[in-house]
Design a protein around this ligand. Structure first.
Ligand code: SF4
Length: 385
């Protein structure tokens, strides 16, 4: 089974930390939906039989900026051109400001009627000063109202929260988690504020106007989050992801387990697992106008495509597999699929990481400890390359 990802590139304004592809220019939904249909037809012809869909995920950008008609056009394109008989999860990312009032209620009803089973809300904080710093388009009242409306209409709601906002009091972070739980979120994703290149935040940091929080503060927030959400019935199943039982993100599980994910939309990435030890990855052009122009002229919108062999797949399996905190790395699978005996090849590193309390090494499995999860990327990088 496979996942289908649709990138919706429209945003109302630029968040300070964002390095995704998006555009704030005026939306031409008609052309966008026609191009999505054209791409679904192209890829469906190739993958309909080979990759029946288990999940559909509309991400962005801001999919909740699509009108109900455009949302229907995108979801219909998936049903029309792919095998959706086994579709078990349809997730749409939404921003809180789009879900309030009569328009928001109508959008949520339309989403539910279209078969959307899960919303992922970009809340980031329930405090006005954090939201203003991040240049989010919503305020604290809209954050709360958006979650309430989504929970009431869709039920299965994931809330994204960002920790490590400079000078954010510790109590605010605790209150953010508390509010997400109290409002009925079934899933919480937490990310530390990261300074990516080519973002307004990068400029502010380079100019010395913003000083990022230090590693120890981030570690404290992370460990607190693990304890708090764990104490309120959430399973910490992936480095950044917490779910009530039965509410994990199936779509994201595909990424973490090297499952096939077909991408539609400007900048969308795809991964096709051709054999156990070989795959293909490709990405569409990251420009709405060019992407639409190519598709509407009957041409491929793919910007680059690469074949991935066993060594690179093995490294990716380590980087991604470690993120799954319960399963961790299945050493037998890595050896069987990619011919890499991690226990032998990385004996010294694994012993050092275990000695530092960052991993647990079992007979045929390696898992991050919670201290290791707090610095997951740094741990994983010591086991690849
Ligand atoms: S709404 Fe999301 S995609 Fe758009 S600018 Fe903000 S973080 Fe980036």
């Amino acid at each position: 089974m496979a996942g289908l990802y649709v990138h919706v590139p429209f945003c109302s304004q630029r968040c300070v930390y964002c390095d995704f592809y998006f555009t704030t220019t005026r939306r031409d939904e008609g052309s966008y939906v026609r191009a999505i249909r054209a791409e679904a037809e192209r890829l469906g012809a190739e993958y309909r039989e080979r990759a029946p869909l288990a999940t559909l995920y509309l991400g962005g950008g801001t999919p909740s900026l699509l009108s109900p008609d455009a949302l229907a056009g995108v979801i219909d394109a998936a049903h029309d051109h792919f095998d959706t008989a086994g579709l078990a999860e349809v997730t749409v990312e939404a921003n809180p400001e789009d879900l309030s009032g009569d328009d928001g209620a109508a959008w949520l009803r339309a989403a539910r009627d279209l078969g959307v089973t899960r919303l992922s809300l970009g809340v980031q904080s329930f405090f006005d000063d954090d939201l203003a710093f991040m240049n989010r388009a919503h305020d604290a009242a809209q954050a709360q109202a958006g979650v309430e409306a989504a929970v009431a209409e869709i039920g299965d709601v994931s809330v994204d929260l960002i920790f490590g906002v400079p000078d954010q009091p510790f109590e605010h972070w605790g209150a953010n988690l508390q509010k997400a739980v109290r409002l009925g979120a079934t899933h919480v994703s937490t990310y530390s504020l990261t300074v990516e290149d080519r973002t307004p935040l990068r400029k502010l940091v380079d100019l010395g106007r913003v000083v990022p929080e230090g590693d120890e503060t981030l570690r404290e927030r992370y460990l607190f989050t693990h304890d708090y959400l764990g104490g309120h019935g959430f399973e910490h199943y992936e480095v950044s992801s917490f779910a009530r039982p039965g509410h994990r993100s199936r779509h994201n599980e595909s990424y973490w387990t090297h499952g096939t994910v077909i991408g539609l939309g400007p900048s969308a990435h795809s991964f096709w697992r051709e054999t156990r030890s070989r795959g293909w990855r490709w990405a569409d052009v990251a420009h709405l106008g060019r992407w639409q122009g190519l598709l509407l002229a009957g041409e491929s919108p793919v910007d680059w495509r690469e074949q991935i062999g066993p060594d690179e797949l093995a490294d990716e399996a380590v980087l991604l597999g470690l993120r799954r905190l319960e399963d961790g790395l299945d050493l037998d699978r890595i050896e069987r699929d990619y011919g890499v005996d991690l226990l032998t090849e990385r004996r010294a590193e694994l012993a050092a990481l275990e000695g530092a309390g960052l991993v647990e090494v079992g007979a045929r499995r390696v898992r991050l400890t919670i201290e290791g999860a707090a610095v997951a990327d740094a741990v994983a990088l010591r086991l690849v390359g």
